[in-house]
Design a protein around this ligand. Sequence first.
Ligand SMILES: NC(=O)c1ccc[n+]([C@@H]2O[C@H](COP(=O)([O-])OP(=O)(O)OC[C@H]3O[C@@H](n4cnc5c(N)ncnc54)[C@H](O)[C@@H]3O)[C@@H](O)[C@H]2O)c1
Length: 265
Amino acid sequence: MTAKYNFDKQVAVVTGAAGGIGKAIAEKLYVAGASVVISDINEEKGKQVAEELGKRAVFIPCDISDPAQVEGLISSTIRHFGILHIMVNNAGVNGILPEERVTIDRYPNNTWHRLINVDLSGTFYCCKAAAKTMISQRHGNIINIASVAGVVALRLQIGFVAAKAAIIKMSEAMACELAPFGIRVNSVSPGSTITDVTRQLFYDDENDKSDLASRILSFIPLSRPGEAEEIADTVLFLASDSSSYINGHNIVVDGGWVSGFNRDF
Ligand SMILES: NC(=O)c1ccc[n+]([C@@H]2O[C@H](COP(=O)([O-])OP(=O)(O)OC[C@H]3O[C@@H](n4cnc5c(N)ncnc54)[C@H](O)[C@@H]3O)[C@@H](O)[C@H]2O)c1
């Protein structure tokens, strides 16, 4: 893997970095020279990712829905590396069981609370803890991973839609508040992105597209799902000086999904 950016001597924290998009972000930051904190609730996979990367990577466990653990993540990062340049808030969950993919009148309260606790409050705790440190440093860069579901509402995922829309607005509010301290805040909204988890939903055992995949892809002008590396590339752009005047923006990385109604009239 070759690097487009140089993050030499920079320190980054990536939450949810044990797999999927978070792992791709952590790998790209590492290859570009950053020291990277791999953080996740999944200790086994998180440790493995950090070990595979090398000496500039450490694993720090953290459940982002627990504010005390999030404070611990940032203080451990500072103890270990002395500084925090880039905070990537990627960890997130969605309701995937059939009983969780229902209209609001039947939407389970516990699914609602789980998604709000992890996706929204967890991202808020991470931003808050990172902002405290970055304000004292007078520099920093926060990137929150939202979703196309936060830009255009999807049916049967009301908890996810609400949490991701709030992440986009929260990022804008923080961009206004933190700019005077030299801190930029942006969000990235992936469309359907292939990870080990979503690959099973998209392709059957013969590697043919599933019915679900065909339905989703019919909405995507580029007619393919995104790769985790394509989301990571956008995160690295926002983390780099190449985006030095971009603040409070949400970059949608979705093959054109939300740009229009992909049907002929
Ligand atoms: N893959 C997609 O199609 C897609 C689309 C839109 C948005 N996203 C968003 O991108 C981000 C990453 O998604 P992904 O597809 O790589 O997911 P994933 O499930 O593959 O990875 C998420 C990671 O977050 C970790 N995690 C879950 N709960 C946590 C918690 N409470 N504290 C800390 N870590 C926790 C998991 O252990 C996992 O390693 C999420 O915020 C997701 O909502 C993904």
